[in-house]
Design a protein around this ligand. Structure first.
Ligand code: TRP
Length: 356
């Protein structure tokens, strides 16, 4: 029996190069060797998305992007979270064993809640802002509220994982705390009821250093919210323009100078998408001060396009084939529900929700 792997991507827009190198491409590489389950977390997307049409469109585009990147529905189970009603029911049940305190202390909750309340993060003293934060949450008026779904986000994510009894969960660094909570909830449930129902999931170890995909704005990683990203479906004109506008510096002032972060980021992107020869060529040019960033960017744009163009073309073919999309998610939901309903049945029984 193959080990059960599960991972989800929230449907909050199109997928970018960071999603591709950080997740999709790795998923493709393991789909022969594991019982892979990849889903679109539309219920999680609802915690921050308020536009129904945008949510619906994004579910479809993320699905097409999964498939276009090479995830094979014959090998992996691909499904939409909301197609599995068992998840919503188990979310209610598991919440009975989750503390609001531990949820409020979760880093991602604090972040998103602060954003929702318009509290600045950073410079104010930690203690002060903690108290202000709690006061603001409790006293928040209805127009600046922190929705309860945001608070219970980790419960829902734990359910995604536990309902499939997945043991290996590929996630990014920002999701490790959620995975830690999942393990805690699993242990708590097992020991509270004296059962051995849930295995404790761990992060999937792909080996080697984690892939870092930087953004184009000179700092940090590529991410939707940062407006610094290259989407897999960007058309060539848009993509070239974005790359040409990427932040750089005034150029090396002396041979073999260290690189500034924005320039190092462009080299990181080049290393991901280009050949070793090209990378070496530009590194040498940087070292002897003959580099022209315009040339580097032109090359980088073409190399990125070589990666994204086949994906973009497949996305558009796949989106045009609605029957195929429906078939994929119908089959996926059927498989995912089979396991989910088994687990839910056990959970209900264990908790005392039993037929008369
Ligand atoms: N919270 C994850 C993210 O934002 C998405 C997600 C939801 C997920 N449920 C999951 C990831 C279960 C792994 C397993 O990236």
């Amino acid at each position: 029996m193959k080990e059960i792997v599960l991972s989800g991507i929230r449907s909050t827009g199109n997928l970018h190069l960071g999603n591709y190198y950080g997740a999709l491409r790795k998923f493709v590489n393991i789909q022969d060797d594991y019982d892979c389950n990849f889903f679109i977390a539309d219920l999680h997307a609802l915690t921050t998305s308020t536009d129904p049409a945008a949510l619906h469109a994004s579910v479809k585009s993320v699905l097409a992007e999964y498939l276009a990147a090479g995830i094979d529905p014959e090998k992996a189970t691909i499904f939409i979270q909301s197609d599995i009603p068992e998840i919503s029911e188990m979310y209610l049940l598991l919440n009975m064993h989750v503390g609001i305190g531990e949820l409020m202390r979760t880093a991602s909750f604090k972040d998103k809640a602060r954003k929702a309340l318009g509290i600045a993060t950073g410079d104010s003293q930690a203690d002060d802002s903690e108290e202000a934060f709690e006061r603001e949450i409790i006293g928040a008026s209805t127009n600046k509220r922190v929705n309860a779904g945001l608070l219970t986000y980790p419960t829902l994510m734990a359910v995604d994982i536990l309902i499939q009894k997945a043991t290996k969960v590929p996630v990014g660094k920002d999701q490790l705390q959620h995975l830690e909570l999942t393990r805690r909830f699993a242990r708590r449930f097992n020991s509270f009821y004296g059962v051995d129902l849930f295995p404790e999931p761990t992060d999937f170890d792909f080996g080697g250093a984690p892939v870092k995909v930087p953004g184009l704005d000179g700092s940090g990683k590529m991410g939707k919210s940062e407006g610094n990203c290259i989407y897999l479906t960007d058309d060539p004109k848009v993509l070239r323009k974005k790359v040409m506008r990427a932040t750089t510096d005034e150029g090396p002032q002396a041979p073999n100078s260290p690189m500034s972060e924005p320039v190092a980021n462009l080299f990181t992107l080049l290393e991901l998408t280009s050949t070793p020869e090209v990378v070496t060529h530009f590194r040498d040019a940087y070292a002897d001060c003959s580099i022209r960033y315009g040339d580097l960017k032109k090359q980088l744009a073409e190399d990125i396009l070589a990666v994204t163009t086949p994906i973009r073309e497949r996305v558009s073919d796949i989106l045009a084939n609605e029957d195929y999309l429906r078939r994929v998610v119908r089959d996926g939901a059927e498989r995912a529900r089979a396991r989910a309903s088994e687990t839910l049945k056990e959970v209900r029984h264990i908790m005392g929700i039993r037929p008369l």
